[in-house]
Design a protein around this ligand. Sequence first.
Ligand code: 16G
Length: 245
Amino acid sequence: KPDGWLGRGVGGPRYVQLRHRLVEGIETGVLRPNSSLPPERELVEITGLSRVTVRKAIQELVRQGVIEQRQGSGSFVRDDVVRVEQSLSHLTSFTEEMRDRGMQARSTWLERGVFRPTFEEVQALGLAEGEQVSRICRLREAEKRPMALEYASLPYDILPNPVEVTTSLYDLLHKSGNHPVRAVQKISAINLEAEDAELLQVAEGTAGLRILRRSYLSSGRVIELTRSIFRGDAYDFVADLRLST
Ligand code: 16G
């Protein structure tokens, strides 16, 4: 009986196999966030598994917070568990990434202003003596879900008025003709510290990714030094690799 995406085999007890397949369906986008799961009897029919097995698989997913049961209307894929697949081969902004997925990017501001630079900022941005730095620090959200924390520093002359950044920093840079054309990024694994974890609404110590980005204008000048902390449970980074010739 097995049919379509529900039919692919994996090892282990049957309810675990079904659980895997349902999770796979969510990860590959066959089951969209907020969509309903086929009713129990249909799952029984499609998979050829017993009702008890199907129910057990669903119960496990409910317990793991992947699926929620709504009174009288069945089981639904929760909209806060879906991971974002992000390409590592294109220079994009958070707003753009979310827009491409039909979601609205939002920000909660932590700090926005002009400051005296730290040594690291002077070095990275190649600031001259006495030159100031504009900082924008925010919690980045997809719809209402916290996705990342971002601490960006730019030379004052590039962003003299940081409060002008309302949604997208890159959109603003584009308008002023100072948009980056290249960026170098370093990604490291971290365990979230209490304060960051709280902002991202996960438990302290949860896995996260720290991303350091330096962006360049076409002239080669560095105009952005950003430290981002992405939720480990929300992102998959994908790179398209070619054999070098
Ligand atoms: C991305 C960039 C960040 C940039 C921001 C601009 C990574 C790791 N970081 O989040 O460096 O400042 O986009 O986004 O991708 P915005 O245009 O939506 O403000």
